[in-house]
Design a protein around this ligand. Structure first.
Ligand code: 5RP
Length: 260
């Protein structure tokens, strides 16, 4: 039976569906993490089952790997795939240069490695993720558990040195314990409100011992597909400077809804 989608899910679904048009037989595809990326994995799974699309997928988290297998996508590791044609992933924020904040789902490390090992990265998002300046969403930074409080203090000192005004740093929790990433690390979230110079911050954070990676994706994303709840989809391509819009209809017959 088809379940009525919420407006937020409709926006995510249309963005995911449009992005899947970039995927062709024979491709090696990076599969992102999060609720929007989950729609993309379902859409690709439908094409594998219904159209015989032949792809291999490199998931960016154990959650995505599980879903990809469930929907019939052949899953391989990044080391098996080596280099990818395309990665499709969600984001927490994107700015006019298509710089991103990612890691709301705690998968930023694998997401950045996979996206960087791809010819192209396409971000799928609803319109609420678009910002003029990054930073309203807390910036996730993956840190090694050993000495994490020292690493956190060094991050705070670095923010002072950079003259950052809002610099609260919090350890991400899972109930009453620190959240553990797929790579067995912790996440600290930087509540900055506004990131004036994302490029500089990304470089400086990664110099701190104990920091594994930060959630700023600079010069990695090529295309953002923005979904709207009324079915409109915008495709913004930073390399050729285009911004186009069309519409995707919701078909009650869409098989993707069956297993909701
Ligand atoms: O970076 C991520 C996971 O680490 C996600 O892509 C990001 O949090 C967006 O998630 P959603 O599509 O659920 O809003």
């Amino acid at each position: 039976m088809t379940k009525e989608l919420s407006p937020a899910d409709k926006a995510k679904f249309v963005a995911a569906k449009r992005a899947c048009d970039y995927v062709q037989t024979g491709m090696k595809v990076g599969l992102g993490t999060g609720s929007t990326a989950a729609w993309m994995v379902r859409c690709l799974g439908e094409r594998v089952r219904e159209e015989g699309l032949k792809i291999v997928g490199v998931p960016t988290s154990t959650r995505t790997a599980e879903l990809a297998r469930q929907v019939g996508i052949q899953v391989v590791s990044l080391d098996e795939a080596k280099w990818l044609d395309l990665t499709i992933d969600g984001a927490d924020e994107f700015d006019p240069q298509l710089a991103l904040i990612k890691g709301g789902g705690a998968a930023l490390l694998q997401e950045k490695i996979v996206a960087t090992a791809s010819d192209q990265m396409i971000v799928i998002a609803d319109a609420a993720k678009e910002v003029a300046t990054l930073g309203a969403f807390p910036l996730p930074v993956e840190v090694i558990p050993f000495g994490w409080q020292t690493t956190k203090a060094l991050i705070e000192e670095t923010l002072v040195a950079l003259d950052v005004m809002n610099r609260e740093v919090s350890l991400r929790m899972n109930g009453d314990r620190p959240l553990i990433t797929d790579e067995s690390n912790y996440i600290v979230d930087l509540h900055l409100k506004r990131i004036g110079n994302p490029r500089q911050l990304a470089l400086v954070l990664n110099q701190i011992p104990g920091v594994v990676e930060n959630g700023l994706f600079i010069d990695i994303c090529d295309v953002v597909v923005i979904g709207h709840s009324d079915g409109r989809v915008q495709v913004r391509d930073i390399n050729n400077g285009t911004d186009t819009e069309d519409r995707i209809e919701f078909l009650p017959s869409d098989n993707i809804f069956r297993d909701l």
